[in-house]
Design a protein around this ligand. Structure first.
Ligand SMILES: [Zn+2]
Ligand SMILES: [Zn+2]
Length: 346
């Protein structure tokens, strides 16, 4: 009996989970962004402009879903003695909020000065009222971060931890945070800048510490001067029975997606007859099963399109990483061993 985790019977839609438009410091309008991404094979864009949530769901139709969201930042402006830090030395945490309800314009942990004057005007023009704020001020601290995540969750947002390397994050910044829905395992823009924003090590650290969260890849594109150079490098494939906002959110909540810089995963299932995980993908050089702690199984080869891995029940969880000949990776979400026990079958 097969239990699918990447089910080829679903529709698989390409998504950019991290996008900036001219509603913050990006170049393209939301309409242009939809056009450009659709021309490149995408059918989902998560609009994550800085600090302010705009409802772009008027762009949603039967071929495209615009996810409502924003990128919330909390930055360390002063050192422990209260002295101002240089921009170079400021730690920050950037969190993407994805709204379960497309019309959710709640702004948690927000004050007017988070939004630019231009954004305040754009928001009022678009929505007919001022950005709703709760006059929140919090210094860069674990307490502040946890408070923001808690409030965002209560307000109906999925919360993703973004680009830890660019943000100068160290372990104490993320390891005890609760309530994160996802981790940005790869950010194309900050990888172009730092050369080191593929962070499976940090993701594994969180999983080993007992956090249950999914992994995504996104462009974080700003398209300065209309350039497409920072686009189409990190994407997430989402499996839905039919393309609707509600179904995309349901798939995100259930982990029915995988992320990639290039390789495509066609199916992934556990077969209770042979007690193996089976995976079908586009041509790869290395297919890795990553389990808890030092549990790694590799299948190496040229033009691999299939791999299978024995499951002995002691892995705690397993996730699959796939590398193609251009060193581009794809990653599945973790599957917890209790999910593949036979009593969990539909
Ligand atoms: Zn960011
Ligand atoms: Zn961003």
């Amino acid at each position: 009996m097969k239990k699918y985790f990447i089910d080829p019977r679903l529709e698989w839609h390409k998504a950019n989970m991290h996008t900036h438009t001219n509603l913050s410091d990006g170049y393209f309008s939301p309409e242009e962004m939809k056009k450009v991404y659709m021309e490149h094979g995408y059918s989902i864009v998560c609009f994550t402009d800085h600090e302010v949530i705009f409802d772009n769901s008027y762009l949603t139709d039967d071929k495209f879903v615009a996810i409502t969201g924003k990128e919330h930042s909390i930055t360390q402006y002063v050192d422990e003695d209260g002295n101002p830090l240089k921009w170079r030395d400021m730690k920050t945490v950037h969190l993407n909020f994805f709204a379960k309800d497309p019309h959710n314009l709640q702004h948690v942990c927000m004050d007017y000065d988070r939004a630019s004057e231009k954004q305040r005007q754009q928001f009022k023009e678009r929505h007919g009222f001022d950005i709703p704020v709760d006059h929140y001020h919090g210094e860069f601290s674990q307490e502040t971060l946890q408070n923001i995540i808690n409030k965002a969750n209560s307000a109906g947002f999925l919360v993703q931890f973004n680009h830890p390397n660019w943000s100068l994050n160290t372990r104490e910044d993320y390891i005890n945070l609760k309530g994160l829905w996802g981790f940005e395992i790869y950010n194309y823009l900050t990888d172009l800048e730092t050369g080191a924003e593929y962070c499976p090590n940090i993701y594994d650290d969180m999983l080993r510490h007992g956090h249950r969260l999914f992994c995504t890849m996104g462009d974080d594109n700003h398209n300065y001067q209309g350039s497409l150079e920072g686009s189409f490098g990190g994407f997430t494939y989402i499996g839905v029975p039919k393309l609707t906002y509600e179904n995309v959110i349901k798939a995100l909540e259930n982990g029915c997606f995988y992320c990639s810089m290039g390789p495509v995963i066609k199916s992934m299932y556990y077969d209770s007859d042979d007690k193996k995980i089976h995976i079908e993908c586009s041509e790869a050089e290395d297919i890795v099963l990553v389990g808890y702690n030092r549990h790694f199984l590799h299948v190496y080869g040229e033009n691999l399109t299939h791999a299978e891995f024995d499951i002995n029940g002691e892995e705690v969880y397993v996730r699959i990483s796939i590398k193609d000949k251009n060193n581009r990776w794809a990653n599945t979400n973790p599957i917890y061993i209790e999910e593949i026990k036979e009593d969990s079958y539909e």
